[in-house]
Design a protein around this ligand. Structure first.
Ligand code: GDP
Ligand code: ZN
Length: 363
């Protein structure tokens, strides 16, 4: 049984509450509202942790009507002002308190909108694997993303047990992220994980960015001290995994730190790579407008303007090769992301429905 509605008291500071949040709540000037932190988001329902309970909540009609962007809706990690008195079994969110930091993804639509996928993160761990797949360019993109978010970033090099030339990777990291702290860890053996402790103090919130497979779930499990998240093996085995993580995307670690892990956060890498590709290879993108086929992959199709430019030296062959390699990487990522996101959503829907059933008021 989950602890929804459980009357378990916690100090709000243990959930990350600060004086600034208290001031924001007071500034609303509304009585009868309590503070809560969003721990799970679904389309119309949120799980919110208050000082005394974990409740299911909906946004107030006024908040919905005033919203001009998806940014204005609560996200996991947000502090909200909540009327805890249930209406049809749901508490009501009246306001989202100002965010200290936020990760957002662009959502395609009539116009480009922005959806927040993790809020009020103090430190973001930029995770890369030391198993031979290290890409300084990818790390650069993550550094940019972290910079835009307002969270502090720390590079975490995982799978140290698989690396025999750490110095070479460290040199590349120093080039791509010169000013950031670097932690070298092995989630598998536990080596180096203690170096993350300073960022995991009580009330401090962390999140993870990094390609699929670098070991984010394994690190989180190691920090939690139990199999909270299904790792790649488990995901492959049961395709869904009945794990506690399905009920929460913000968890409190035994040592008091808070971890946010949302599907949206995991999807950020996709946008990241896509943006990076377009920006870095603007010349090739411009040339591709001259290709005969709109979806030309520049892989030997007839009438390919990009190949033609490489053939007569307007684009260095090495540059085109890099572009094609990154394109493959992106396509591969998209496939993985789609599958992962699909499973994750399916899982969430189930959990929410299960929770909703449990909380149906008796009539
Ligand atoms: P995620 O997609 O970033 O959440 O990655 P996972 O946590 O699912 O890990 C992907 C794979 O890497 C799994 O097979 C893990 O067992 C493996 N893995 C994770 N951390 C380590 C590590 O430190 N060393 C080794 N050798 N493998 C690891
Ligand atoms: Zn082409």
């Amino acid at each position: 049984m989950q602890s929804h509605n459980a009357r378990v008291s916690v100090d709000l500071a243990a959930l990350g509450w600060t004086d600034a949040d208290a001031a924001s709540l007071a500034a609303l000037g509304q009585t009868g509202l309590v503070a809560g932190r969003v721990t799970l988001e679904h389309t119309h329902i949120y799980t919110v942790r208050t000082a005394t309970a974990e409740v299911l909540a909906r946004v107030a009609g006024r908040l919905r009507h005033r919203a001009t962007s998806r940014r204005d809706y609560p996200a996991v990690g947000d502090w909200v002002a909540l009327d805890p008195v249930p209406v049809h079994g749901r508490a009501t969110i009246h306001a989202v308190l100002p965010r200290r930091s936020g990760f957002s993804r662009k959502v395609a639509g009539g116009r480009t909108d922005e959806q927040v996928v993790a809020a009020n993160v103090d430190t973001v761990f930029l995770v890369a694997g030391l198993d031979g797949d290290f890409s300084p360019r990818r790390l650069e993109r993550y550094v940019l993303l972290a910079g835009e978010s307002g969270a502090d970033a720390v590079v975490v090099l995982n799978k140290a047990d698989l690396c025999d030339d750490l110095a070479a990777v460290m040199a590349q990291v120093a080039g791509a992220a010169p000013s950031l702290p670097v932690a070298v860890v092995s989630a598998r053996t536990g080596h180096g994980l203690e170096s993350l402790a300073p960022y995991l103090r009580p009330g401090r919130t962390v999140a993870f960015l990094g390609s699929s497979g670098v070991g984010k779930s394994t690190i989180i499990n190691a920090l939690v001290g139990e199999e909270l998240l299904p790792t790649r093996e488990v995901r492959a085995r049961d395709g869904r995994g009945q794990h506690a993580s399905t009920s929460r995307q913000l968890v409190i670690l035994p040592g008091g730190g808070l971890v946010i892990d949302t599907p949206g956060m995991r999807e950020l890498q996709l946008w990241d790579v896509a943006d990076g590709l377009a920006g870095t290879f603007a010349d090739i993108d411009a040339l591709s407008a001259g290709c005969r086929f709109r979806d030309c992959r520049h892989a030997g199709e007839p009438g390919c303007a990009v190949r033609a430019a490489a053939a007569d030296g307007r684009v260095p062959q090495g540059r085109l090769d890099n572009y094609l390699k990154l394109h493959d990487e992106l396509a591969h990522l998209v496939g993985k992301q789609d599958e992962r996101a699909r499973l994750e959503r399916k899982r969430q829907v189930k959990v929410i429905h299960r929770a909703a059933r449990r909380h149906k008021p008796r009539e």
